[in-house]
Write a protein that binds this ligand. Structure first.
Ligand code: GNR
Ligand code: NI
Length: 193
């Protein structure tokens, strides 16, 4: 006979109906130089569904807290081909989840834009990349999607995809500028602690 005095509701009974989900705990973001930021990430598979379902809200939480406009799974220590992006047009959330992205085509026209990176906090440089890309990926429901991206979204997607290859934005600039940025970052991180 179960104890009738101490009623403990099961998960997802009417006690929880309509309740807000718990806010996800932001994952810490790795700062360069870190070996995981130089590693290649592996494709996401069906077997990763539960892992990424738990990871995605914690990646968005880390990105919004920073704040940033994109985050790649390797930046939070998971070598998976998974990105989250939110450009917040008109200051309203517009979250995108991008799994196993592939660039199908890139324009020969280039564009130069100032980039920053949550893994190189406080460091910025002008980076040249293709102005437009055609992208194939899986969305958060693993549905196949294709989009064309240009402007800040195009830059952001290419910057995030670099993280899946173990590349950061300073790998696209001269070694003189890269060394200056990496020394400045090391000094600032040292003073912070
Ligand atoms: O928050 C970010 N801003 C940004 C600005 C210009 C070009 C790229 C970016 S991505 C960056 C977040 C980040 O580090 N993603 O990996
Ligand atoms: Ni980055």
């Amino acid at each position: 006979m179960p104890d009738m005095d101490t009623h403990i509701p099961d998960a997802a009974t009417e006690a929880d109906a309509g309740a807000e989900p718990l806010p996800a705990e932001p994952l810490p973001i790795l700062v360069a130089p870190h070996p995981l930021l130089k590693s290649r990430a592996r494709p996401v598979t069906e077997a990763d569904r539960a892992t990424i379902a738990a990871l995605i809200p914690r990646m968005f939480a880390a990105m919004y807290r920073a704040p940033g406009i994109g985050l790649a799974a390797p930046q939070v220590g998971h070598l998976l081909r998974l990105l989250v992006i939110d450009l917040m047009p008109d200051d309203k959330p517009a979250p995108m989840v991008i799994i196993n992205p592939e660039i199908l085509a890139a324009s020969s026209e280039l564009c130069e834009r100032e980039e920053g990176c949550l893994s190189l906090p406080g460091q910025y440089a002008q980076v040249v990349r293709p102005a437009r890309i055609k992208l194939r990926y899986l969305d958060r429901d693993y549905a196949r999607r294709e989009i064309e991206a240009e402007g800040l979204l195009g830059t952001c997607i290419q910057h995030e995809m670099d993280h899946l290859e173990g590349t950061i934005f300073v790998d696209h600039i001269s070694s003189l500028k890269r060394n200056m940025i990496m020394r400045k970052l090391a000094k600032e991180q040292r003073l912070k602690k």
